[in-house]
Design a protein. Sequence first.
Length: 113
Amino acid sequence: MADDFTYIPAYGSSNKKAPRIIMAKFGDGYEQRLGDGINNDPDTWTLHFKGRSDTDADSIESFFHGQGAWDSFTWTPIGSSTQKKFRCSSWSRNYMGPNANDIEAEFVEVFDL
């Protein structure tokens, strides 16, 4: 069973959509397009965790390290009531001052069983 990511991101987080397609281009500008697989429209979220304490930021980073960028976890996207599976493909941490940390993380939806 996948772990649950329960930290709440700050306002300003964003969702990017880039459906995967297969495309063949022909002469005179003609092209054919087809969705690439049955799960061809994954969500990609850029999440911000601003002004977090050292302890909170350490816990968030520890969660990401524990998943290793390849293992999926569940998270409920902003504005949704349905959990989906994601992996955290990259993150960064900015030390803003004593006990003040900002973390930016990229979540990519996965379609595990």
